[in-house]
Design a protein around this ligand. Sequence first.
Ligand code: ADP
Ligand code: ADP
Length: 225
Amino acid sequence: RPLLSAVDLHKAYGSTPALDGATLHLRAGEIVAVMGASGSGKSTLLHCLAGIVPPDAGQVHYRDRELSAMSDAERSALRRTEFGFVFQFGQLVPELSCLENVALPLRLGGTRRRVAEQRAAEWLGRLEVTEVAGHRPGEVSGGQGQRVAVARALVTAPRVLFADEPTGALDSLNGEQVMRLLTEAARHTGAAVVLVTHEPRVAAYADREIVVRDGRTRETVLAER
Ligand code: ADP
Ligand code: ADP
């Protein structure tokens, strides 16, 4: 049984259609790339799957719960405890050190500072950016910042990691490094990954590929990896 399922989603912003029959089943621990041209509906699909945007029609189930049947408080609790997020850029708190940024989700969940920072330090090590622990996000490179963002997204051991163009602002070498570390870290914690990207080189890190075109999904089964 899938961990997270979206069935026949429809969504329009005013008169602009964004999703027009999108279906995606995500099994525990698998990495799925959502591919497609700019404006095809990839981000909207991710936002519906994560319970950030309500679809106009269709259903999203996480385990046995339908997201639209949950209260706002239940959906935000779900996002905080079961989901992790990585975006293209701009997600780290500029006033905090990189270590404090990674520790933040644990601190917000009530973990004591010493324990949270020790776990954050382990995660910076896993993402091979131990050296930026004491620096603020503005003082590190784009690739380092994204590795810190991945550490922060996974430090709470979410069941699903949502990554929207996580390498979009990086050159190809840094992008490959972030994808290698992101996929290794997700496999380590057993998190499933929804990876939105328009780059085939990034999608190559996934187990499976879904193509979105004009708001409709099509599955592409890839050769064994
Ligand atoms: P992608 O991620 O593939 O680039 P999006 O899901 O961002 O696609 O967008 C799908 C369509 O919905 C596009 O036409 C886009 O302009 C429109 N859209 C997305 N978000 C909004 C929004 N918040 N308000 C209005 N239109 C939107
Ligand atoms: P696009 O398809 O153009 O990348 P997105 O809808 O993915 O647009 O979001 C645009 C930016 O807004 C992202 O780069 C991300 O930094 C930020 N963003 C979107 N959703 C969230 C969220 N739930 N929490 C924090 N930042 C977000």
